[in-house]
Design a protein around this ligand. Structure first.
Ligand SMILES: Nc1ncnc2c1ncn2[C@@H]1O[C@H](COP(=O)(O)OP(=O)(O)OP(=O)(O)O)[C@@H](O)[C@H]1O
Ligand SMILES: [Mg+2]
Length: 539
């Protein structure tokens, strides 16, 4: 009793696993069908081949069967005709008068037929005709195991209706316990003083049926072999086409991965060679265009870097002159003094722009290197906030670092501080005087710093744009606030150097959040940030 449920459960488990197995096989087959052109071509060709072979086979088989049956019918009719003539002649020569005598004569005649017909063996039945009204009734005589029961009523009626003609029918008869097709030929003979009697010659088609079975088996075997051959041919042919296409796909993949020197081997003059030639021409053209672009961008980068460097020397001289003028502005008349102040301010902007440009060109040249050391990002953030206090005071906003634990990571302190300074200054400049918070957290091998303000915020799509070089939401306003639009571009490059993330979130009128995430260990990677990018309560 106690074993039954567990057995049932096991059985159910087996059914489930079998069903799962069938499902996976089905899924795999569907995937193979979708992915393999060759499988599809071979299968369809084999199916079509099978259809054609079956149709053709069925047609031929029917033709042969019909031919064999017709031949058998003709031979049977010929034989039956000559036998009937013999029987009629025997009856005509018979002198029997009594019923016994006539029955005896009938048996003799039947024996005669049987012995004379050795080659194409048939069965003979002699029965009283349906229209015979003669009072003398003879017993039904038969030469072998098949009797009157094997003769259809229809045939008997046909013979009765037209006794002068031979009637033929093909029916199944039971011979040795097996159903065998047989040709039955019926005709009438006149028995002296007993009236019309029917003679039925039954010719079983055993040999013909054997022949047909043999032909059928041969057709079946030939069909299977032919279908397999067609499949094999399709396999070989598609191989010739698919292999180069696959090779092209591989080469295209390698090209896409940046190996611009990859080419397809091309021989001959066929379509596939044409494909290879066109493919290679495309690769050549792509490669040369990419080289051109690379060259162009290298020239541009060098141009920026050279110009920035070249500007540095005259700028030092100008700086000294401007400082001199700025210091002695008290002695000038007010308009000139104002100009001197503006000049000094613009020069500050110019210098910072130049410094940013030089930094960017260092990133582009791949010359930026990290100076890694363990740094407490909280201390760093507090230092940045402290240095931004004068600006915050001028904008009327408060900046606070939310309390929390140390957040240590192996980073380049100068770069991280630069990122944080830009984030905090941006928050103050776009924060509309609202309070600004800086939050830090460390978890899952990463440290996050989130700078949040409640100012103008970002419009949809701008969260990606802010990191573009020279991008500013409002260029006119930025010109007065002094931004160049390079700060976040540099910050993003700095974050990337650390394998880190720099992301932005914002909503118009709600404010913005900028999150910097760096791995705790230098060279490590991040899969999750300890702090959310969106403010609490946002989807
Ligand atoms: N906290 C913020 N809220 C709203 N908009 C912001 C915020 N931070 C940056 N932006 C937008 O992104 C633009 C680009 O910022 P980014 O720091 O790169 O340049 P900048 O501050 O204008 O100049 P720079 O930092 O080079 O002096 C800004 O001009 C501003 O439009
Ligand atoms: Mg900025």
């Amino acid at each position: 009793m106690s074993g039954t449920p567990s057995v049932a459960r096991r059985a159910a488990g087996t059914t489930v696993s079998v069903r799962r197995g069938v499902l996976t096989v089905g899924r795999r087959a569907r995937a193979a069908w979708r992915q393999s052109l060759r499988l599809r071509v071979v299968t369809t060709t084999m199916m079509l081949g099978l259809l054609v072979v079956s149709l053709l086979g069925a047609y031929l088989f029917n033709r042969i069967a019909d031919g064999l049956t017709e031949q058998k019918i003709a031979a049977s009719q010929y034989d039956a005709r000559s036998q009937t003539r013999t029987v009629q002649a025997s009856w005509d020569g018979s002198t029997a008068k009594t019923v016994e005598g006539l029955n005896m004569a009938a048996r003799d005649i039947m024996g005669l037929i049987k012995s004379s017909d050795q080659a194409s063996f048939g069965y003979v039945v002699m029965a009283r005709g349906l229209n015979n009204t003669n009072p003398t009734i003879l017993a039904t005589a038969q030469s072998g195991s098949l009797g009157l029961s094997s003769v259809h009523r229809e045939l008997r009626e046909a013979v009765a209706k037209d006794p002068t003609r031979q009637q033929t029918q093909v029916t199944a008869v039971l011979l040795g316990g097996e159903q065998v097709l047989a040709v039955t030929v019926g005709s009438a003979v006149v028995v002296p003083s007993a009236g019309t009697y029917d003679l039925y010659f039954i010719y079983p088609m055993t040999r013909e049926q054997q022949t047909m079975a043999f032909i059928q088996n041969s057709f079946l075997a030939a069909g299977i072999i032919l279908t397999l051959l067609v499949g094999a041919v399709a396999w070989v042919v598609t191989r010739q086409v698919v292999t180069p296409v696959r090779r092209a796909a591989e080469v295209a993949g390698r090209l896409a991965r940046g190996k611009l020197n990859e080419r397809m081997p091309s021989h001959g003059e066929d379509d596939l060679a044409l494909l290879a030639t066109s493919f290679n021409a495309m690769a050549d053209s792509l490669q040369s265009q990419i080289r051109q672009l690379e060259g162009l961008s290298r020239v541009q980068q060098r141009f920026v870097s050279d110009v920035s460097h070249e500007l540095r020397t005259p700028l030092t001289t100008i700086r000294m002159a401007v400082d001199l003028i700025h210091e002695s502005r008290e002695g000038f008349d007010p308009t000139v003094a104002r100009s001197a102040e503006l000049l000094a301010g613009e020069l500050d902007r110019f210098e910072s722009l130049l410094a940013d440009l030089l930094e960017i060109s260092r990133f582009d040249a791949g010359a930026a290197a990290l100076d890694i050391e363990p740094v407490d990002l909280r201390t760093c953030a507090e230092r940045v906030v402290a240095s931004a206090q004068p600006l915050a005071a001028r904008r009327g906003s408060s900046v606070t670092v939310l309390p929390g634990e140390r957040a240590e990571a192996e980073v380049d302190e100068r770069r991280v501080e630069r990122i944080l300074r830009n984030l905090v200054v941006n928050a103050i400049e776009h924060g509309e005087g609202q309070p600004i918070t800086v939050d830090l957290a460390a978890a899952h091998g990463a440290v996050s710093v989130v700078v949040e303000d409640h100012g103008v915020g970002l419009r949809p799509g701008e969260a990606m744009l802010v990191f573009n070089r020279f991008w500013r939401a409002d260029p006119a306003r930025a010109r007065t606030t002094g931004g160049t639009g390079l700060g976040l571009a540099i910050a993003l490059e700095d974050a990337r150097l650390h394998n880190g993330w720099l992301q932005a979130w914002g909503q118009p009128g709600e404010g913005s959040r900028f999150r910097l995430t760096v791995p705790e260990r230098s060279g490590g990677s991040i899969d999750r940030a300890p702090l959310p990018l969106e403010p609490a309560g946002m989807p």
